[in-house]
Design a protein around this ligand. Structure first.
Ligand code: PEP
Length: 254
């Protein structure tokens, strides 16, 4: 069985001092508990270099961004490029989070560009997919997820796709305290793996990391991680509390 992965998404939270304190607390707890888990911390842009400095010193976690530009370089005021992130040691990037799809109108075609940029600069995209409540209630969630994956990822060749991580995040479960049941998560994760199997074959499907995200916390993580196709979690709110986050990392290593 492959080692699980737990990625923390801090979203737009913390100032510099809070970020530093949180990183140090997470580090101390990880060093103490020593979970056998791939840990990724996705901080806001201004704190990424602080995080990559700590991560190269301690090797306890890797660092991810929460977004990247779909453009490579140049006159795109306010954008942050994949090359910039790569140059400060960022090795993962969340792409297609539902908050970016909703508030910043990022569509599948733009997200496909972002995925390509991340891969070009050696970052592993953590590509988020998931349905809104009405889509689930109309039993359209499988179609929505299929379309998100086909339109943003299935242009990639094998060499690129093998670096992609997919996070299933039902939108109705994000930040709401309403978690998918382990069975609901497993059903969608197995579906995602079957899509990848059809397109890229058995080996790729087995190697693929599929993370669950959506109100995953220290209390429900173990049940979710016990599912066959759940390879770890993408954690929002609970990643801002060092003890909860590291507890989730520990549960992932069991
Ligand atoms: C997320 O934003 O990726 C997420 C899963 O958030 P939360 O854990 O707070 O639901």
């Amino acid at each position: 069985m492959k080692k699980k992965m737990v990625a923390g998404n801090w979203k737009m939270n913390t100032d510099f001092q809070e970020a530093e304190d949180l990183l140090y607390s997470i580090e101390d707890l990880l060093a103490d508990k020593g979970p056998d888990t791939n840990v990724v911390i996705c901080t806001p842009y201004p704190f990424l270099e602080l995080a990559t400095d700590r991560s190269s010193e301690t090797e306890l976690f890797a660092v991810g961004a929460q977004n990247v530009s779909s453009f490579e370089d140049g006159a795109y005021t306010g954008e942050v490029s994949a090359r910039m992130l790569d140059s400060i040691g960022v090795s993962y990037c969340i792409i297609g989070h539902s908050e970016r799809r909703k508030y910043f109108k990022e569509d599948n075609a733009t997200l496909a560009q972002k995925v390509k940029m991340a891969l070009k600069y050696d970052m592993a995209p953590i590509f988020c997919v998931g349905e809104v409540l009405e889509e689930r209630e109309a039993n359209r969630h499988f179609d929505v997820i299929r379309q998100q994956i086909e339109e943003s990822l299935f242009d990639l060749d094998d060499g690129d796709f093998e670096n992609v991580i997919i996070a299933y995040e039902p939108v109705w479960a994000i930040g709401t305290g309403k978690t998918a049941t382990p069975e609901q998560a497993e059903e969608v994760h197995a579906f995602i793996r079957s899509l990848v199997r059809e397109k890229y074959g058995d080996d790729m499907a087995e190697k693929l990391y599929i993370l669950y995200g959506g109100s995953c916390n220290a209390k429900n993580a173990a049940d979710l991680f016990a599912q066959l196709d759940v390879d770890g979690g993408l954690i929002g709110g609970a990643s801002l509390k060092a003890e909860d986050f590291v507890s989730i990392c520990v549960q992932a290593s069991k």
